[in-house]
Design a protein around this ligand. Structure first.
Ligand SMILES: *Cc1c(COP(=O)(O)O)cnc(C)c1O
Length: 221
């Protein structure tokens, strides 16, 4: 199927209120434009440099979410491109973005990345540390916390992803109950090509889909 046909099929299958982010790592600007023209409203990028190249072509015809880990030395460029940074997992990173956002005269919307599998080698804040992080970030004037994001397994049986999504939702519900001033728990970004249906069942409001839109990724040299 073509990119356009894939986009239309996925959009038709998403319940109302669930937003599609086209996960576009390794895709060319032409492929991304095809997806946008077929109805994609949000592009997800993992790397700031790759996003900058696509952004130069697509610009504000779409909104941009950073869905990969951000290095502090890329925060300035990230603030110029991205509408939402989905992967905040430390106070240091939050402070850096707040500083860059102030310099750019804007406010940046962010999601907190949750390490829902509690795997020490992975990115994301541990579930038990999420509330403390959110309370600290809430005090930063140029940051707006709008919810949570999690990764979960990249492949395999979609049911194996369910505990990761359920855990992230549990953290979301606890944070909503904590009602930290200035913080909204509007978004739950979880689910990929193989797992988005399970993620939606577990309350996702954003799904990040790459392969099912663009086809298998070319292997990196
Ligand atoms: C690549 C990627 C996705 C999409 O994965 P697919 O299996 O291609 O749908 C979603 N989220 C993140 C953070 C990614 O890096």
């Amino acid at each position: 199927m073509s990119i356009a046909a894939n986009v239309k099929a996925i959009l038709a299958g998403l319940p109302p209120g669930v937003e599609l982010v086209a996960a576009a790592k390794t895709r060319t600007p032409a492929e991304i434009l095809e997806a946008v023209e077929a109805g994609v409203k949000v592009i997800g990028q993992n790397y700031v440099q790759e996003a900058a190249e696509a952004f130069a072509v697509v610009g504000r015809r779409a909104r941009w979410h950073l869905i990969g880990h951000l290095q502090k030395n890329k925060a300035k460029r990230a603030v110029e491109i991205f509408d939402i940074i989905e992967t905040i997992d430390s106070i240091g990173l939050g402070r850096e973005i707040d500083k860059r956002a102030a310099a750019a005269g804007r406010t940046v919307e962010v999601l907190i990345e949750i390490n829902s599998g509690r795997e020490p080698q992975k990115t994301g804040v541990m579930p038990d540390e999420a509330e403390a992080l959110v309370r600290t970030l809430a005090a930063l004037p140029r940051l707006r916390v709008l919810g949570l994001m999690t990764m979960g397994p990249f492949e395999g049986d979609p049911e194996d992803s369910r505990p990761y999504f359920r855990e992230t939702r549990r953290v979301r519900d606890a944070l909503a109950k904590a009602a930290v001033p200035g913080v909204e728990m509007r978004h739950l970004s979880m689910g990929m090509s193989h797992s988005w249906r399970v993620a939606v069942e577990e309350g996702a409001t954003i799904v990040r889909i790459g392969t099912a839109i663009f086809g298998p990724r070319p292997s990196r040299p």
